[in-house]
Design a protein around this ligand. Structure first.
Ligand code: IDP
Ligand code: MG
Length: 139
């Protein structure tokens, strides 16, 4: 499956805004299948581990606070060219720079509260998927 999966989270701002349904609809409409999914709260420790690559960035503390501030939806998505196609569907990190029609343009509140996560490489798609899901939780 390498090359055909990506990992996403619908972040606390999107859940709070009742945007789970509309975002999942966009994901399905764009041709992604849902291989695994869970609705959960991240502890600060879990959020810190997930975003460990950003440990030295100035926004790390704020990011960990935010990602553990409320429930998220975590999912593994499958499609040809999943990583790049999903990055295209979600748009730029900063929603003010995101293309029209992208998930972040439509749903993100700010550069921090930007509605969704999407893996940035096949390697990270696997690492992130394994962080959240066992093989038994994938369909
Ligand atoms: P990405 O989510 O588009 O891959 P990254 O650079 O990997 O963007 O950053 C991870 C997350 O950290 C972003 O999605 C966003 O929530 C947060 N973030 C990134 N840059 C900033 C910033 O300048 N200020 C506050 N939060 C930020
Ligand atoms: Mg990233």
């Amino acid at each position: 499956m390498t090359g055909n999966i990506t990992f996403t989270m619908l972040k606390p701002d999107a859940v709070e805004a009742n945007s789970i349904g509309p975002i999942l609809a966009m994901i399905n409409k764009a041709g992604f299948k849902i291989l695994a999914m869970k609705y959960m709260c991240l502890t600060k420790k879990q959020a810190g581990q997930f975003y460990a690559v950003h440990k030295e960035r100035p926004f790390y503390g704020e990011l960990i606070e935010y990602m553990s501030s409320g429930p998220i939806v975590a999912a593994i998505l499958s499609k040809e060219n999943a990583v790049l196609d999903y990055r295209q569907l979600i748009g730029a990190t900063d929603p003010s720079k995101a293309d029209e029609g992208t998930i972040r343009k439509l749903f993100a509140k700010s550069i921090a509260a930007n509605a969704v996560h999407g893996s940035d490489s096949d390697e990270n798609a696997n690492i992130e998927s394994n962080f959240f899901f066992s093989q038994l939780e994938r369909f």
